[in-house]
Design a protein around this ligand. Sequence first.
Ligand code: 13P
Length: 253
Amino acid sequence: MRKPFVAGNWKMNTDSHTSVELVKAIASRTSEAARRSVHVAVCPPFVYLQNVVNALRKSGVAVGAQDIYYEKEGAFTGEISSSMLKDIGCTYVLCGHSERRHVIGESDELINKKTAAAILGGLLPIFCVGELIEERKASKTEEVVTRQVKKGLAGLSAEKVSAVTVAYEPVWAIGTGLTATPQQAQEVHALIRKLLGQMYDAKLAEEIRILYGGSVKPNNAAELMHQQDIDGLLVGGASLNADDFVAIIQAAM
Ligand code: 13P
């Protein structure tokens, strides 16, 4: 059984005060039952990670970073390593988020190095894939997602990939209010699971969690979660509001 997983990606939002207030509100408003049945994580900006980790101690809510660099240490100005993230209490890290692919310009090869480094450093990567609107319109979704999965996980053994959570986030649904229909999302999730079965084995494909992301809100979360291959949600905008994020967690139970 795959345990549901809801993660909030705060992107470049909040400040030193609101970041802590937000997680305190999330931790105090999440029911006992939800805590037991859903894994929950938040991914604040780097500079607020330590405060958020401290505020969430013993809450059961995990903390993730939004990015990582693949080298262990050294002359890489501005970058953050897996050991630094582990050192301050992070559990997860986003790798290959669409904004890093399409705004910052990260390649599949770079994302592969980051994902491998995260696993090697003992972090759990949330490895993101998803097609652009032009690619969907040109019926290239399968081709694009297959390439991203194959290149992003290249060279990683089944044992290593068992640390990964995959997130399918169609780029056209991110921050646009346009959610993929549950059927559209399910179709791609099933494709990813089948692909992982071919790349690794049936056990890994059955056990790996695949999250959906892209305009997830309290009013569409339950319907998305009812799909067979949707194991959780990666939430952007709605994770910045404690009531909305808690409602999404409850919907994922
Ligand atoms: P929104 O929920 O704001 O569409 O963002 C989704 C996302 O990119 C999460 O990583």
